[in-house]
Design a protein. Structure first.
Length: 176
């Protein structure tokens, strides 16, 4: 997710990838975010995107329309609309949220996504693989978690990025 210096500029999406990400997040009604991911994305709240590329303008509108829950022990208050801060990640609260959600829920941030994967509340994983090898830094997937995932789709982009869509494989339970 980030190199050993905390940089992720090597993963900046081109217009084609950004448009694809927009299509993926358009159905999202609520973002669950770790503090660091929120601090990166909150810039979209007030960014003047009037002169920006169409994909950037589109993402700004998508971001502003969604609810956000930021999980942080240090963030005092949210600096964006439609946002609340929670001190701890509660998988049961997320399950209840999922049960009553009319729109998709997205989890963002490596640490929070790791907790959500460990808790079994993630149904699908969208992985964008950039053609860059980063040998240190913040890992995208958590240590100590093994999940069986079914490949639902893949897409290759002109700049070398590959998107993989995988769903958690759940063994059906049959009552006898």
């Amino acid at each position: 997710m980030a190199d050993e210096d905390g940089r992720f500029d090597w993963a900046a999406p081109d217009d084609e990838v950004h448009a694809a990400v927009n299509d993926l997040v358009r159905p999202v009604g609520t973002y669950l975010l770790g503090r660091r991911m929120y601090e990166v994305l909150v810039a979209w709240e007030t960014m003047d995107s009037s002169g920006a590329a169409p994909a950037a303008r589109d993402f700004a509108a998508i971001w502003r329309a969604a609810d956000k829950v930021v999980y942080s022990t240090t963030l005092q208050a949210a600096s964006s609309a439609r946002t609340r801060v929670e001190r701890a990640f509660d998988p049961e609260a997320v399950r209840r949220m999922k049960g009553g959600a009319g729109r998709d829920i997205s989890v963002g941030g490596a640490g929070l996504a790791g907790e959500a994967l460990r808790a079994g509340v993630v149904d699908e994983c969208h992985l964008f693989l950039a053609p860059v090898l980063v040998g240190g830094g913040l890992r995208a997937l958590p240590a100590g978690v093994r999940l069986e995932l079914e490949l639902l789709g893949e897409r290759r982009f002109g700049g070398g990025v590959v998107h993989l869509l995988r769903r958690r494989h759940v063994t059906p339970v049959t009552a006898i």
